[in-house]
Design a protein around this ligand. Sequence first.
Ligand code: 13P
Ligand code: SF4
Length: 305
Amino acid sequence: MTIKDVQDKILQLKCEKDVCILAHSYQAKEIIEIADFTGDSFQLSIAAGQVDQKTVVMCGVRFMAETVKILSPDKTVILANPGAGCPMAEQMGKDMVQTVKDRNPDYTVVAYINTTAELKTICDVCVTSSSAVRIVDKIPNNNILFLPDCSLGAYVAGQLPHKNIKLLQGGCPVHAMVTTDDVNKAKAAHPDALLLVHPECVPNVVCLADFVGSTTAIMEYAANSEHGDFIIGTEMSIVENLQYRCTDKRFYLLSQKFLCPNMKITTLVDVLNCLDGNGGEEITLDETTITEARVCIDKMIELSA
Ligand code: 13P
Ligand code: SF4
């Protein structure tokens, strides 16, 4: 079977079985092509609450599938590849965060959406990389406890100096590996290119960027810019997807370290197996977790309006 054959079969089965396929922008091009909706974490959360189909297949990582289940508890939600976790989302346990929370009772707990459903149950507001600055700015309390990504938290703190932001020391192992040395090498190789980076990168990389934004924001910026050359500082799929979308522009990956194995683990065959009823993992969360975790996601949606 060719890639096209598998894609055609997926498209046929998804119509027959009333299934919606959601794909994060880090997914491979052949998956993006068969998805009903593609986007960054924030856009996927919004889409999750609005889809009509009874079954949703998530091509992304586990916390994204959990977010769909929290927002649409009556739907069957399937994570296309059960091995697709996000190490950052699993870095902080509920008990540890509860202890920090108890020691800082005057703080509003802001959780990056890259957290487990269990941890979200004790957080006040959720944010994504595209909404973090906007949402934290709107929180009436100036005392913020931000977790788990200290790089995104530092970026938010830099944009909102009037806020008193305490950071917990977590982060994305993929983005955190990239250094200013990598930036210097990429800039030397492509002196005319603009540097676009994701705020999960460490602060001394972020401060060298011409633009900082979520995966979708980076793609929109590059597509709409009059500039022709870009160094992309986030997962390598964005370079591939941008190169297909903007054939007249040139995209260079900031570093070969930008490979998220969890985002790459999902294949077209995994998606086909989900539709055949032989693959994926149905996400199940108990009612209390859904109700409690939903509070901080609803708050995110309310504050981002
Ligand atoms: P976005 O918020 O840009 O989608 O990135 C989240 C992320 O880390 C996906 O791995
Ligand atoms: Fe998690 Fe980082 Fe991979 Fe995103 S890129 S899924 S934050 S490990």
